[in-house]
Design a protein around this ligand. Structure first.
Ligand code: TRP
Length: 336
């Protein structure tokens, strides 16, 4: 059996936060140390266009996300680390796949359906109001990302599972027509990767505006931790660890022994203020070395650019010849 190929994309919107770190960056970097499998991580900047962000914000987010992965120690000699827009074969493949994709399949995408539903609830006459073709065919671009590198396993959050299944459907339909060109991918949903809650107790997410940036400066970082929602139990009153955002965040970073010790402090009635200070100090210690490296990289964007260019060069050693083969399969061929 050939090696499993893991591939995952990170949309370049927003600043990396501790939920991204625990849910995607840390497990990604850990997994990439397994030399019996291959790993592709890339910045999905073309996908970010579908979110209608300000151009400067897209650039800044690209820099911050790339710097975060590098500062946290992704080994780019082994893992492939690149920016989607540096691989022109991806949009080319997107068009080829678009030609093969049933419109009905896209009609069924959850994110498109949610936008239509929102329009209907608002009483809009046009159910497609404000919906771009980028939003509508987002899953096809994602299928090109996945199929371009013969990925077998695609680690994603639950909300992206359907997109990976669509990539598989599209590949299957293509193979049926043109022969065995694509490898069929499958989604991998992290069962035990923690999903952190944010400041307000809902899932930490840039769309809820409740995040704690991973590399915020010490002062704002402390301030945000002090804002995390707790219940109103007084100091000295025993506290449960279920449903405590402070506890969950601590647990996501600490060893099982340290977590056990904190659970005991909860039972003894630790004051929320003290727990917040303790969490701040713990996280700050944990993050500081990477934060220093992150700041160095943010101040030297040329170094980050060079890393991404190097990654693209390596990735294109695969995508260029493979796209030739795909073009040939569909009849885009040299005449002589
Ligand atoms: N759509 C994904 C998200 O929003 C990001 C993404 C783009 C991706 N291309 C991908 C994930 C390919 C996995 C594989 O999270």
């Amino acid at each position: 059996m050939s090696k499993d190929v893991y591939l995952t994309g990170i949309t370049t919107t927003g600043t990396p936060h501790i939920g991204n770190y625990v849910g995607a960056i840390r497990p990604g970097i850990e997994a990439s140390k397994d030399l019996t499998t291959q790993h592709f991580y890339f910045l999905a900047d073309y996908h970010s266009l579908a979110k209608n962000e300000d151009p400067d914000k897209i650039k800044q987010s690209t820099l911050e996300i790339a710097a975060a992965w590098l500062a946290l120690g992704l080994d780019t000699e082994y893992a492939f680390f690149y920016r989607q827009s540096d691989i022109p074969e991806i949009p080319e493949l997107t068009w080829i796949l678009t030609s093969m994709t049933a419109k009905g399949l896209m009609n069924r995408a959850h994110s498109y359906k949610a936008s239509v539903q929102a329009n209907e609830e608002r009483g809009s006459k046009d159910p497609d109001k404000g919906i771009t073709m980028a939003l509508y065919s987002y899953p096809i671009l994602m299928a090109a990302d996945i199929l371009m590198f013969k990925s077998t396993k695609v680690p994603v959050g639950r909300d992206q599972k359907q997109h990976v299944e669509m990539a598989r459907d599209i590949a299957q339909r293509f193979n049926h027509h043109y022969g065995d060109v694509f490898v069929l991918p499958e989604p991998v949903i992290g069962q035990d990767t923690a999903v952190l809650k944010g400041l307000d107790g809902r899932k930490m997410s840039k769309s809820y505006n409740n995040t704690i940036p991973l590399f915020a400066d010490e002062k704002p970082f402390r301030k945000l931790i002090m804002k995390i929602k707790t219940n109103s139990l007084e100091p000295g009153e025993p506290k449960g660890t279920d449903d405590s955002t402070l506890f969950d965040i601590y647990k996501a970073f600490a060893t099982p022994e340290e977590t056990q010790a904190i659970a005991e402090r909860y039972a003894e009635g630790i004051a929320w203020g003290e727990m917040k200070q303790l969490l701040f100090e713990y996280l700050n210690e944990h993050i500081k070395p990477a934060r220093d490296e992150y700041e160095r990289l943010i101040a030297d964007p040329g170094a980050v650019e060079a890393e991404l260019k190097k990654g693209a060069e390596r990735a294109r050693e695969i995508s260029v010849p493979y796209l030739d083969q795909i073009r040939d399969a569909v009849g885009i061929r040299s005449l002589g």
